[in-house]
Write a protein of this length. Structure first.
Length: 161
């Protein structure tokens, strides 16, 4: 069953590479009492994720914060080192959270996992975005195709904040 608007996010623990090293970030730490934009991508360094989806969130970060967003995070089924390298190479380190859902437990709990083995990626996250307020989903945008980043794009999220 896929998570829906009005649902509470499942408990989760992510790994995140920071300038100080690898840390664990719980969903409670990230979402409790906050307005957070969370978006999911099939994979760090993949073309649509790196060239289209992530840049929009980095470019619109300040506009989202100005509209009352406390934090922005991207999650992918990649290990923490890949997510850390992606954060560094894109200039996103310290601007948004790059969360590693290394075992896909979070996206599975959301019902947003997808088997992309045909494209040699294996089990990954569907491409999505959501507005989360105090752990509750307020808006949810899921792409039909992993190669598209339109309904889950930063421009769409800006309209929903």
């Amino acid at each position: 069953m896929t998570i829906a608007i009005g649902d509470t996010l499942p408990k989760a623990t992510f790994k995140e590479k920071t300038v100080d090293g690898t840390v664990e970030v719980t969903g409670e730490e990230l979402f409790a009492g906050k307005r957070v934009v969370l978006f999911g991508v099939p994979g760090a360094f993949t073309p649509t994720c790196s060239l289209n989806h992530l840049p929009g969130y980095l470019e619109n970060r300040d506009a989202m914060l100005a509209r009352g967003i406390d934090d922005i995070a991207v999650v992918a089924v990649n290990d923490v080192h890949v997510m850390g390298a992606w954060a560094t190479t894109t200039g996103g380190m310290g601007k948004i959270h790059f969360l590693s859902d290394w075992d896909a437990s979070f996206v599975k709990a959301l019902g947003l996992d997808v088997d992309l083995s045909a494209g040699t990626l294996g089990l990954r996250s569907k491409r999505f975005s959501m507005l989360v307020e105090d752990g509750v989903v307020k808006s949810l945008n899921v792409e039909e195709s992993p190669g598209q980043a339109t309904v889950s794009a930063a421009a769409t999220m800006l309209e929903q904040i």
